[in-house]
Design a protein around this ligand. Sequence first.
Ligand code: PMV
Length: 320
Amino acid sequence: MPAISVSAPGKIILCGEHAVVYQQPAIAIPVQQVASTTKIFAHPTAPKGQVWVKADAIQVEGVLESLNENHPIRNAVELVKKLFSIDHLPACEIRITSTIPIASGLGSSASTAVSLISVLSEFIDHSLSTAEISELAYEVEKLHHGNPSGIDNAVIAYNRPVFFRRGEPLEFLEIASPLHLIIANTGIHASTIEAVTGVRGRWQNDLTKYNALFKKIGEISEQVRQYLSSGDVSHIGQLLSLNHSYLQEMGVSCPELDALVSESLNVGALGAKLSGGGLGGNMIALVNPGESSRINNALLHAGAKSTIEMTLPANREVKK
Ligand code: PMV
């Protein structure tokens, strides 16, 4: 029986992480070099309603009911069933694979939720809009990440660069000049919830300092949006580095991230910062295209466990 299959990309946050939890704007872009893929194979001869799940990367193999009730895969299936008032899925196997490193700020959990929800709706012949897929993935994220801003599910479901502010309509970005980026992994698994909880505690202890930092980061996102639409890449670089210094002040960087940021600037990057929750995971460097492979090698030499070179292409879409 042929499978149906849906893939969803990874993502990076270009600027605005953490501040975005506090209603400031942030910018995120999809990363096509990594992806989650969910396949569903119909099992017409299996017992009615039996759903077998296999996700090697997170050591899952068994019937859906064997997963903890709060497991994100089980949650996603239950949410789709509830939305369409379905008691049982037709017997099937759900197989999830992913090349997105987990706990690294590249959107692994949101991508899996998006690919799973999309393929499930196809499997049961009910269509979902991109907005609905994003919304359901947000529900899954909320159950597992406490108080996520919603930027991860949005950028991944729409698979477009987004300017995101909590509670406001999503804006798709106009990009006048391509951005050449290197994503470098410290190899340190970092918990977003731990980073977000840490910031919350420090914010509660020093509202003035943290509100000012969030506001300055929000202003960076506004400026980066302008420079993306005017194609002023070198100003974007400076703003990314400034954003990193504010994230350091917020206590979400770590020596390994700082070392990779410093190294990329030393060898000629236009700007660099951690990306995502921090405390490990990935950093990004904005580079001139002719210098990408040299800076990439320097980052690997400086201790990056893996890197991705990517180009965000220019577009001329009208702002929505
Ligand atoms: O999922 P991560 O590690 O890329 O981090 C998400 C970004 C935060 O702003 C730190 C949290 C959020 O919910 O937006």
